[in-house]
Ligand binder design. Structure first.
Ligand SMILES: Nc1ncnc2c1ncn2[C@@H]1O[C@H](COP(=O)(O)OP(=O)(O)O)[C@@H](O)[C@H]1O
Ligand SMILES: N[C@@H](CCC(=O)OP(=O)(O)O)C(=O)O
Length: 383
């Protein structure tokens, strides 16, 4: 439905633009021409009154070129050092180009790790800072803090980071600029007969199967990570579009209503901000496997999770910790904050609520996970 797309672009006031490494890199280093072209387009959107947040990759790629490395180092400290070198050059280039625009426009560097958004206080701090920059009409340029981010505290890729920023800032739209025209029926790098998919209503397993996780020469995550990002924004009721960042005037033409790229239609239901935070920002410490009845009660009828419906507890966690909620068929239902520690849940699982006090000697809650603390990420028709 093209109306959806036109409507989304028409009413967008706050937009996150993500630019991938493959777009920003040329054989001799940063692709300054493309970086300048996208910057000018962003400047023009801002001049027209839009609030723009830029998530820019390219630090690793720029660092590799600057240090004349033929390929990505394997060792983590070396990779982090390369990103540190590249990030400086990347931001300097944005600074330089934004200075040339008639009205002087400031840019700000914001480097984040997943941990910054998993802590509620830091999450709110990040949001306040970004809101202040936006109010000052400064362009925030965000990247993962590659220099300190190790596996456990990583967003992993900037597709994910840009989706998290879209949710954090309650943006109206996420534009993902990559080296392809959008999502194709097959990886266009490996086949000639791949066709562009103009619109995706739902990210089904079939759609997921189209996307490879192997990135381009300099990217991270490939098309698979873009689909995972789209899934998050769609769940929050926010559309995402994938388009080719090297296409001249790509942003202008998207806002003029040209039918470019692949448009991911936002879901009808909107996972509220706090539930998005539970679902996507927290790192689950364990898992609760439900029986068939509880799977359907939680997923299809919006019920809280009671001890009787829990069939297995995985991992060790404390009261208040986030855990994965897994259906009886092994598929993910969502993430919830537990009212009981894992040791206690193991003792009360499969039992009736009235037995909790008798077994544990205390009963602060009837529910193991209250529905207000349960973010459902699966679709109800699974069960
Ligand atoms: N079905 C598909 N449609 C389009 N691109 C795909 C598909 N499957 C895999 N890809 C690959 O994904 C790559 C883009 O991902 P990536 O290299 O991570 O880009 P970026 O640097 O923009 O994040 C493309 O170069 C393309 O080869
Ligand atoms: N933070 C890294 C980018 C990681 C990343 O996700 O890259 P890409 O897949 O090109 O968006 C960098 O600046 O090199």
């Amino acid at each position: 439905m093209m109306d959806d797309r036109a409507q989304c672009f028409g009413k967008a006031r706050r937009v996150v633009v993500k630019v991938g490494s493959n777009v920003l890199t040329a054989s001799q280093g940063l692709n300054v021409e493309v970086l300048h072209a996208i910057s000018r387009e962003i400047h023009e959107l801002m001049a027209a009154g839009l609030e723009v947040i830029l998530v820019s990759s390219g630090a690793m790629a720029a660092g590799m070129r600057r240090l004349q490395l033929p390929k990505r180092p394997v060792e983590i400290p070396q990779r982090q050092a390369v990103a540190a070198v590249g990030q400086a050059g990347l931001i300097m280039e944005y600074e330089k180009v934004f200075e040339t625009f008639g009205t002087y426009r400031n840019v700000a560097q914001v480097l984040l790790t997943q941990e910054d958004l998993a802590n509620r206080k830091r999450f709110l701090n990040a949001r306040n800072t970004l809101n202040t920059l936006i109010a000052w009409k400064v362009l925030p340029i965000i990247n993962e803090n590659d220099t300190v981010a190790v596996e456990e505290i990583k967003f992993g890729d900037n597709d994910n980071l840009s989706a998290m920023i879209t949710l954090l800032m309650d943006a109206d739209l996420l534009i993902n600029l990559t080296d392809m025209d959008g999502l194709f029926t097959k990886d266009p790098r490996t086949t000639d007969d791949a066709e562009l998919i103009p619109e995706v209503q739902r990210i089904t397993r079939k759609i997921e199967a189209l996307a490879g996780d192997i990135p381009g020469a300099l990217g991270t995550g490939g098309m698979g990570s873009k689909l995972r990002a789209a899934k998050k924004t769609m769940m929050a009721g926010i559309p995402m579009i994938i388009a080719r960042g090297t296409r001249p005037y790509v942003l202008r033409d998207l806002f003029r209503g040209e039918n470019l790229g692949t448009f991911f239609v936002p879901g009808a239901g909107r996972l509220r901000s706090r539930k998005c935070w539970i679902a996507f920002n927290l790192k689950p410490k364990g898992a609760l496997l439900l029986d068939g009845g509880a799977s359907s009660a939680v997923l299809c009828h919006g019920k809280s999770l009671l001890p009787g419906g829990i069939a297995r507890v995985d991992g060790e966690f404390s009261m208040g910790d986030p855990v994965n909620i897994v259906g009886s068929d092994g598929s993910m239902i969502g993430v919830g904050l537990c009212n009981y520690a894992s040791v206690d849940i193991r003792r009360i699982m499969g039992k009736k609520t009235v037995q909790i006090r008798e077994i544990l000697g205390y009963k602060p809650y009837d529910e193991v996970v209250h529905r207000d603390n349960l973010a459902i990420t699966a679709e109800a028709e699974t069960f």
